[in-house]
Design a protein around this ligand. Structure first.
Ligand code: BGC
Length: 266
């Protein structure tokens, strides 16, 4: 069975690099028009949009700091202005500012929570308002809209030295499930993806060189993930092939969350 998102419009926050960029490409390949949001570096986002257009797709790059309400409003306004509708939100923007808890500054706490949790709330709220305003579009999807939150295995695995990040992802999990409970009756589907170690800039230190061997001990499946492993799941969750999947977090981690330390009898 082929997945098609033809006629649908997808917005990907943090779409200029890493998981967001891979997902934006995959969504475009499946036929969606894609809005690639970036925070500070326009060039990679514009390059990706141009690449998609050169391949016959539709894409634009739009700058916005998604932790800021007015910038989120503008991002959604530009999406509608260019493509006239919104069917899929991938709330993907996320960052890490790691520190021991005793050293963690309030500024770093607020920055991480602001983007990883408040930003996901602001984008989900705008997407929901748009889905409700435009109504069901039965020619393109069985659902009235789809939201995919980017979470992490650290929504459940505590992570020393990353209290702000783990707290934000734990928050994303309950945010996602609560919204799903609240809007399911409108035929809006809300899910999340919880990736483990995926090779991107956010974890280059852990996934490259000798550090990789240490990391692999935590991954029963024996390899670090690629951004495409996650992008494929994004396309599936955005499509009608997953029409009965709602309020679920899809863990994509090569088994990292299976307590791998217990291999060999604990
Ligand atoms: C983090 C990565 C980390 C992975 C597994 C992700 O959420 O962003 O830096 O490698 O979790 O620990």
């Amino acid at each position: 069975m082929r997945i098609s998102l033809h006629g649908q419009v997808a917005l990907v926050t943090g779409g200029s690099s890493g998981l967001g960029a891979a997902a934006a490409s995959a969504l475009a390949e499946a036929g969606a028009a894609v809005v690639i949001n970036y925070h500070s570096h326009a060039e990679p986002a514009e390059k990706l949009a141009a690449q998609i257009v050169a391949n016959g797709g539709r894409a634009i790059a739009v700058g916005a700091d998604i932790s800021q309400e007015d910038q989120v409003h503008n991002l959604f306004a530009q999406t509608l202005e260019h493509f006239g509708a919104l069917d899929i939100l991938l709330a993907n923007s996320g960052l890490q500012k790691d520190a021991a808890i005793t050293e963690m500054t309030l500024a770093d706490w607020n920055t991480v929570l602001g983007t990883n949790l408040t930003g996901q709330f602001l984008c989900a709220r705008s997407a929901l308002r748009q889905f409700i305003a435009q109504g069901l579009r039965p020619d393109v999807s069985r659902a009235m809209g789809k939201i995919i939150h980017m979470s992490s295995v650290h929504q459940t695995i505590p992570w020393a030295g990353h209290a702000n990040y783990a707290a934000s992802k734990g928050g994303v999990d309950l945010l996602m499930r609560t919204i799903a409970q609240e809007v399911g009756e409108l035929k809006i589907r809300v899910n999340s993806i919880a990736p483990g170690a995926i090779r991107t800039a956010i974890n280059a230190e852990e996934t490259e060189g000798s550090a990789e061997q240490k990391l692999l001990k935590l991954i029963p499946y024996g390899r670090v993930g690629d951004a495409e492993d996650v992008a494929n799941a994004v396309v599936w969750l955005a499509s009608d092939l997953s029409d009965y999947v709602h309020g679920t977090s899809l863990v994509i981690d090569g088994g990292m969350s299976l307590y791998p330390e217990f291999r060999g009898n604990g």
